[in-house]
Design a binder for this molecule. Sequence first.
Ligand code: BG6
Length: 499
Amino acid sequence: MSCDCVGISHAYVIFGATGNLAVHKLLPALYQLHCMGHLADDVEILGCGRTPFTQVSWQAEVRQQLLKQGVADDAALEGFIQRLDYLAGSLTEATFYQALGAWIQSDGECANNVIFYLSVSPDLYVTVTEGLAAAQLLDEAQGFRRMVIEKPFGHDLESARTLQHSLSEHLKEEQIYRIDHYVGKEAVQNLLVLRFANLILEPLWNRYHIDHIQITHAETVGVDGRASYYDKSGGAVRDMIQSHLLQVMALLAMEPPVSLEAEALRNEKVKVLQSIRPVNLEALATHAIRGQYAAGEVKGEAVPGYLQETGVAAGSHTESYAAMKLYIDNWRWKDVPFYLRTGKRLKERRSLVAVRFKQPPMQLFKGSGVYQPHPNWLLIGIQPEDAVRMEISAKVPGLEMHTRQIVMDASVSTPGERKAEAYEELLLDVIKGDRSLFLRYDEVKAAWTVVDPVMQRWADDEQLPLQYPAGGWGPKAAEKIFGDSDRAWRHTLSCNGGE
Ligand code: BG6
């Protein structure tokens, strides 16, 4: 989806510019776009925040942050720094929006096209939108005005509805870019290519050949500096499953779209999300499992438990781990379980999709020596490896008819190839006006519809989430989600992936 946007003059306005996301993701991504020549010469990037930086001190701050992140101190960095400006103020005051309006007006050509990026606490989304609207900064008389909204879009179905209602009073749907950075990851976009640029998977990609699919996002980090946000408004289901993992599931399960146009793609994704069977609340313990990390050791380092983290409420029930079993009630997937799981403070940082195929209808080699019926697996690494692996059975060389599992292995990128960061792709797409990788409201709504009943049930449950030691693979009981079958979690891409 690369295109040269050199021709598009615009201003990028980042609310919450001094926050973690802006400093560690957005500004580095814009810097890369600058280096790759995707920003028109006159594009300016305005940081907005409460910290009283001047343009000069803000430029010095960003320069220092980028250098810390390994950026070279050269002419490209200097060129990028010259694009930066800063406006200090409070997002709740009308005077701030008047000052912003004056800044935009003084920005020449760029004043016509403005992108507003809301990298602020979700409870400010409506305040900022109303402030911009009152100052007439959302009118598209001269060019475009686009609003990028970070997840979470609401904290449940009801609040998502209310937020949507408030936003739509001031913005047309075409102006809203609901970002899910996971969808911008190279390996996640590659799911579309794997499925729809190849023919070999399609005949097998259904309930007749697939036993089940696992989607894992494992992290070694804890809640770090975000505890107060995560504890109150997050939890593994809200933070990861409702958004990122359900998006991955939709991409894996969707029908081929008629084109890669935004609406065509999103139409197919939303159909999947809307076809997810309501989670069985009567048997919740085998359909959704929640956990919370206890003290332990991650990569040889002792770490505190979730409840000991600064900013976490005493006795908090917020889950740092969640696993869910979901079914899609449509012709292709009826009765094929999709297992989604995510957790913090796990053994490794790894995200992968594991597709297990069914066994052949007859076990021809059963009576022949040490036969082990290995099912075929297709493993797709999302991070850190972007690899595609297929596990198949083959004969062990020798006179006996023994079988073993072998792996067909391909790395998606070649050594030395630079992988684009998710935010680079997405920030560029906003400039281009390409909304295919952004979420439509009906997708968000369908995703909340899936997880809401589970979250409500957990909220009413007085028991603490299952405790798991930091540095492991989550609560043991998460295996219960597979029932009595021979299924088990795949933690890695290697053949003994259960380890
Ligand atoms: C964010 C979540 O959306 O995604 C974080 O809020 C999580 O809690 C992060 O750590 C994971 O994404 P990535 O790209 O860092 O693996």
